[in-house]
Design a protein around this ligand. Structure first.
Ligand SMILES: Nc1nc2c(ncn2[C@@H]2O[C@H](COP(=O)(O)OP(=O)(O)OP(=O)(O)O)[C@@H](O)[C@H]2O)c(=O)[nH]1
Ligand SMILES: [Mg+2]
Length: 454
């Protein structure tokens, strides 16, 4: 880990290691311009000074030997990613060229940056708060469109703004209390108390909302679970394989082929799902293996957000079955009649129950539409404020705890200076989320997850 107080000039290769068409080498710090003057010769020999936010073409020389023809990007402090003077050199992507230029920069006074050090400087210089830094990591790691959108919103500072706003509101409450400490008698008369409680309630509700959004965030990260269930041999594994587009689960005409469940990720329109193929459900069995399989199926039903109930016959009881899962398990259910290719009387296709043939891929689009429309219920309109990190969730819970304690203490007339302490504790937790207050261990953990050059 780098020293927090360092402000020397740092450099690193910002593109992935190895050979590429081009590579980018970054320099950030006070010596950036001095170093580039020493190693770079612009094609335009009349050029006197390098201007910010401009690109220049030229040559890099190493002891009078030409190394490469490069482009350099100039960003003058404070208008740069780190807030310092930054120069980015785009060179050809050979490992020899990259290392030679890096060596040259280091020989002229820069130091090799450690993991995340450029971003740390952006944090230190107030370009990003800690919440945004963590969102940047999420952006790098995002696997699907929804993850990407969430991370981008957070990087833009949506949640940070809300947290800062809450902090301000808590500080306002504290001002009222401190006013009370100075004028001890009747510091919270009836009218003041009503206003005070209203403000406090408003803050508590907002924090609760953020805490609840964590579950939703987890759901997006882990994927919406869909359990495929039904009696044995109805084609559950065939449907599972068809949706995954490869033969993951064993299919056979023998009843009881799937003994234990199988789970795989599925992406639809940028949303992550966890598709679970289960052992068939039977009303009566004494077979120990089958009983175990059924037990697991029931566990999966409880875990899943959406149930796909499959049958291979026209089932007149489908409304009852649908109600059963909806009310007993509190799940969204899609009722599907499979093997429609075998139906003698062709029934007009209807949306519920959905008629499909998992073997021949008939009616699958209807099924996918239904999955997407059910998923929309999980995706609230307020996608922008979703908490996705355990660290933030824990701090918000701590803040909520202090504020709830405060609410109880007001009612029993506790002294304002004690109440004020609770408010300070709550704000301390919020500060830790955005990094106004932090400790080296948290910083180390966060910045160590970055790569060198970021
Ligand atoms: N004609 C027809 N046959 C199908 C269709 N879907 C599945 N089958 C056949 O039905 C049989 C059972 O399919 P599976 O996918 O193994 O059924 P399952 O529900 O997973 O069965 P268990 O794992 O035993 O509970 C296989 O012979 C499949 O080829 C379909 O749409 N049409
Ligand atoms: Mg099966």
């Amino acid at each position: 880990m780098f020293n927090i107080d360092n402000n020397d000039t740092i450099t690193a290769i910002a593109t992935p290691p190895g050979i590429g068409a081009i590579a980018i080498i970054r320099i950030s710090g006070k010596l950036s311009f001095k170093i580039i003057d020493l190693i770079f010769q612009p094609i335009d020999k009349t050029l006197k000074t390098l201007k910010s936010r401009r690109i220049y073409l030229g040559y890099i020389y190493y002891q009078n030997t030409l190394i490469d023809k490069v482009l350099i990007n100039i960003f003058k402090s404070p208008n740069s990613y780190t807030g310092e003077d930054i120069i980015e050199i785009s060179c050809h992507g050979s490992i020899f060229i990259q290392n030679k230029i890096l060596e040259l920069i280091i020989n002229n006074g820069a130091r090799l940056a450690t993991r995340g050090e450029f971003t740390f400087r952006a944090f230190k210089n107030g370009k990003l708060d800690l919440y945004q830094v963590e969102s940047l990591l999420d952006l790098f790691n995002s696997e699907n469109e929804l993850d990407h959108n969430l991370a981008l919103n957070n990087l833009r500072g949506e949640v940070s703004r809300i947290i800062k706003n809450l902090r301000k509101k808590i500080l306002n409450l504290n001002t009222i209390l401190e006013f009370g400490i100075d004028f001890e008698d009747e510091y919270l008369n009836k009218k003041n108390l009503r206003v005070f409680n209203k403000l406090l309630g408003n803050i508590i509700n907002h924090i609760k909302y953020l805490i609840n959004s964590f579950q939703l965030g987890l759901l997006f990260k882990e994927g919406i679970a869909i359990a495929i269930i039904g009696k044995p041999n109805v084609g559950k594994s065939t449907l599972f394989n068809f949706l995954l587009k490869y033969d993951r689960s064993i299919v056979s005409n023998q009843s009881g082929t799937t003994i234990n469940y199988i789970e795989e990720n599925l992406y639809l329109d940028g949303i992550k799902y966890r598709l679970i193929d289960n052992a068939g459900l039977k009303k009566k069995t004494r077979n120990k293996l089958e009983l175990k399989g059924i037990k697991k199926t029931i566990e999966n039903i409880k875990k899943a957000e959406i149930i796909m109930y499959l049958t291979d016959k026209i089932n007149t009881k489908y409304l009852q079955i649908q109600r059963y899962y909806k009310y007993f398990f509190k799940k969204e259910i899609i009722f599907i009649i499979n093997k429609c290719d075998l139906l003698k009387n062709k029934i007009k296709r209807q949306s519920s129950p959905i008629l499909i043939s998992a073997k021949y891929g008939i009616g699958i689009n209807y099924l996918l539409d239904q999955i997407k429309s059910l998923s929309e219920r999980f995706i609230t309109n307020n996608k922008k404020t979703i908490i996705t990190k355990v660290r933030h969730y824990e701090e918000l819970k701590k803040a909520l705890f202090q504020l709830n304690k405060m609410k109880e203490n007001i009612q029993i007339g506790i002294e304002p200076d004690i109440l004020s302490l609770l408010l300070k504790e709550a704000n301390y937790s919020l500060d830790k989320i955005i990094g106004t207050i932090t400790n080296e261990e948290i910083l180390f953990n966060i910045f160590d997850s970055f790569c060198v050059g970021k």
